[in-house]
Design a protein around this ligand. Structure first.
Ligand code: MG
Length: 153
């Protein structure tokens, strides 16, 4: 058994879709990014790579490489899962954002993660936290962050 953790943060800007765990969440703002910017999948990818002590998302998919421009993070996750052969047992994720409210979308995102990982939804935990107006851009709704822990066989 191995454990992996991942963290990611993106600025939130107008005119971009808000991707979260492979789902597009209705929102005035979305992640500013070279790829689709899916902050939750990026943290998950880092957790998978971390569990194998195999670098991070930036070393596998360098942002300066145009090949990854507007990349679908679901495909990046699939590539990492195929490469590492990581067999995930469960995932516990926290998303930090001020807006929009995630509660109505939590189960849809959990289902998306479960499908991407081949897990039962009971093995996928997703929690949402606001920054209570603190923590700079996170508190003003101008950034979103995600932290993920996984257990791997
Ligand atoms: Mg990222």
């Amino acid at each position: 058994m191995r454990v992996g953790t991942g963290y990611d943060l993106h600025r939130m800007v107008e005119g971009r879709p808000f991707y979260l765990g492979g789902v597009i969440i209705p929102s005035e703002k979305g992640e500013e990014a070279h790829s689709d910017g899916d902050v939750l999948l990026h943290a998950l990818i880092d957790a998978v790579l971390g569990s194998c002590a195999d670098g991070d998302i930036g070393s596998h998919f360098p942002p300066e490489d145009d090949k990854w421009k507007d990349a679908d993070s679901r495909m990046l996750l699939k590539a990492v899962l195929d490469d590492t052969k990581a067999e995930i047992i469960n995932i516990d994720a926290t998303v930090f954002l001020e807006r929009p409210k995630l509660r109505p979308h939590v189960d849809e995102v959990r289902e998306s993660l479960a499908a991407l990982l081949g897990l039962d939804i009971t093995a996928v935990s997703l929690k949402a936290k606001t920054a209570e107006g603190c923590l700079g851009e996170l508190g003003t709704g101008d950034a979103v962050a995600a932290a993920v822990t996984i257990l791997v066989k």
